[in-house]
Design a protein around this ligand. Structure first.
Ligand code: FEO
Ligand code: CA
Ligand code: CA
Length: 646
């Protein structure tokens, strides 16, 4: 890309020439919030915090514990259900298989629904999620948009079908059902007169985006790029392994493609991975799905370049159900966990972790103010600069440009153009000297402090301060990243560890007084600066004493005060699940979360009750209905109608 972006030069004049401290710095120095707000900084601080937040917090009781976290913490649990604090209730909203239209077949408990049925039903393994309120009734009606990350062959196929993919029409139908269960669901939902949330069946906005939905490419990498040419899908189809997400200021949804490499494989004896393919973990066996047995689309030998159509951030306009999802290539190609959008200096800034042990954190900054770009008919996500993070041991850091012609990303060093850099994003980041991290997952902006909070779920090797100085690091941690003046377009930052996850019984570097948890993954700051943290302990470690995970229980959700770091457990999930995806209505009185993969095979529960299979899928869990386990969106409300978390 040839644009030079002056905005990103260091030491811009900014809008504040003073050396005044920032509000969060004063708070962290121990000053009373009321004193800060009542002093000379009061007016600016009030604007910074927003009026409603300010009044709510100024009135909060001062005493032991954070006023943000008013609920009674619950204990860890191994129960096969959801627990929430006293005074809260939860309901099932969108379980896998729910028909979005009255013309679609009902969910069949024996998993005999066809691929066609599935394409009109809520997908499987719900993950990242956001809420798009209707302007007239923002707290009672809107569009819930959620990702479906992957499928479990023990659960989505009937006993008659079996779990294995065969090289025949029956095998292809099973691949098509799995593809139909991936992607994105757009569902209109509303609160009924009893205060219960319901799906609006047959809403014109209801939609499924699947692994077979026509998609378009935009930005520096065109669909006609030689490395994207597929013999099976000359017009690109679908999105896969949609993990976390983002929401843009212009009202669209970003679905991210994470472990897409696992779907591809081959029986060819002669196929070997190129350096590019090897860097992205592409192998003959993939993750064992064996889709390539029935569908040449996923055969690495037959259809070499199909895989380069994946690894992108995909923009979906939930209010335009006939619009094609758009792969926004300027944001790079890797295993995108999420794509968290922050508006800063009118630019769209998108943060995204590449969730693999030893991979990186990226951010994209739009070239123009996003409203100007849109007014000029251009997507803010198509033109801008992609950066990768370098974390120095002293708590400073730099954002390194992944821009053709910069940082020696030149033809002399083997870089052809910006499209080449974007298709090979991981290798470009290696080349410029990015810092290897312990599996960067979700990232969120604390609206109170403008800090970015990043979960590093767990990892081994790469021992360093940013990786918690723990190697191995089976519990993970959360780091805080602060850009100068809260300006997210800058090229430098400072960082520190916000919270170490773990259990002091096994790891004394974790404070004994802190709530025990491990493998933080989902993270979202609500509008008050309450940090919701969701865990995804691996199936091989969950509940196991020999992994230091027996006391932590099932996966869970906690809430932390984003300034003090105080943390309390708010929710525990059923067996075999991870908790992921969290959003509230604008008034914060309804919360939606996802229970992903309840009942999946885990070492601990399999040992007690046997491994789940197509003939017996309920050995680990029968959540939520005491039957075949179903990934599910649930709704959390406070009985007194109050703000969730208070
Ligand atoms: Fe899909 Fe990194 O979790
Ligand atoms: Ca995740
Ligand atoms: Ca995870």
């Amino acid at each position: 890309m040839k644009e030079e972006i002056e905005l990103h030069d260091e030491n811009p004049s900014g809008s504040n020439p003073s050396n005044n401290p920032w509000l969060h710095e004063l708070i962290e120095q121990g000053m009373n919030r009321r004193t800060v707000l009542g002093g000379a900084l009061g007016v600016a601080a009030a604007q910074f915090l927003g009026g409603s937040l300010l009044s709510r917090r100024a009135n909060a009781a001062v005493g032991a514990g954070s006023p943000l976290l008013g609920f009674s913490e619950i204990a860890p649990s191994q129960d096969d259900t959801i627990h929430v604090p006293p005074g809260y209730v939860w309901d099932v909203l969108l379980p896998w298989g729910t028909p979005l239209f009255s013309s679609v077949a009902a969910f069949q408990l024996d998993a005999s629904n066809t691929s066609v049925d599935q394409a009109g039903q809520v997908g499987f393994n719900h993950d990242g999620m956001d809420f798009f309120p209707f302007s007239a009734t923002p707290n009672e009606r809107g569009l819930l948009v959620l990702n479906h990350e992957y499928t479990d062959a023990n659960q989505i196929y009937s006993a008659a079908q079996g779990s294995a993919i065969t090289a025949d029409a029956a095998g292809l139908e099973k691949v098509k059902k799995a593809l139909a269960a991936h992607g994105v669901t757009v569902a209109e939902i509303y609160k009924d007169t009893n205060g219960q949330w319901q799906l609006q069946v047959d809403s014109p906005y209801n939609r499924r985006v699947t692994g077979e939905t026509p998609v378009v490419f935009s930005g520096p990498v065109s669909a006609s790029h030689p490395l994207l040419q597929s013999s099976i899908t000359p017009s690109p189809l679908g999105t896969l392994n949609n993990c976390a997400h983002g929401k843009t200021p212009w009202g669209t949804y970003l679905a991210c493609e994470e472990n897409w490499n696992g779907y591809f494989g081959t029986e060819s004896a002669t196929w070997t991975a190129t350096p590019l393919e090897a860097r992205y973990g592409v192998s003959k066996t993939g993750f064992g799905y064996r889709w390539h047995i029935a569908s040449q689309r996923f055969d690495l030998e037959v259809n070499r370049n199909e895989l380069n159509q994946f690894g992108w951030v995909v923009e979906v306009d939930p209010f335009n159900p006939t619009s094609a999802p758009v792969k926004r290539t300027a944001l790079g190609r890797f295993k995108h966990e999420g794509a968290t959008v922050v508006e800063s200096r009118m630019r769209a800034v998108v943060y995204s972790g590449d969730d693999e042990n030893g991979d990186y954190l990226y951010k994209f900054v739009s070239r123009k103010p996003w409203q100007q770009a849109i007014a000029q008919g251009e997507s803010p996500l198509d033109v801008g600069v992609l950066y990768v993070a370098k974390f120095n041991p002293d708590g400073t850091g730099q954002w390194l440009r992944l821009q053709f012609g910069k940082n020696n990303l030149t033809p002399a060093n083997g870089w052809a153009d910006q499209a080449d850099i974007l298709i090979r994003t991981r290798q470009a980041a290696d080349f410029v000297g990015a810092t290897r991290l312990h599996r960067p997952e979700w990232i969120t902006e604390n609206p109170v402090t403008k800090d970015m909070l990043l979960t590093l779920t767990n990892g081994t090797g790469n021992n360093s301060a940013v990786n918690s100085n723990r190697d191995p690091n089976p519990y993970g941690h959360i780091i805080k990243l602060r850009e100068p003046f809260g300006d997210h377009t800058r090229q430098t930052f400072t960082w520190s560890v916000f919270l170490l996850a773990g259990d002091n019984f096994y790891d004394t570097t974790v404070p004994a007084s802190q709530s025990i948890f491990g493998s933080p993954d989902g993270i979202w700051a609500d509008y008050d600066g309450r940090i919701w943290i969701q865990t995804d302990i691996s199936n091989s470690s969950q509940n196991r004493a020999d992994r230091g995970y027996d006391r932590i229980g099932n996966n869970q959700m906690l809430a932390a005060d984003g300034v003090t770091g105080e943390i309390k457990r708010f929710l525990t999930g059923p067996r075999g699940c991870e908790i992921t995806g969290v959003i509230t209505t604008p008034d914060q009185r309804t919360m939606f979360i996802n229970v992903q993969h309840p009942g999946e095979s885990t070492t601990f529960w399999n040992g007690l009750f046997g491994a789940p299979s197509v003939t017996n899928p309920t050995t680990v869990s029968s959540f939520p209905f005491g039957q075949r386990p179903r990934p599910t969106t649930i709704v959390i409300r406070k009985l007194d109608g109050g703000v969730i978390g208070t």
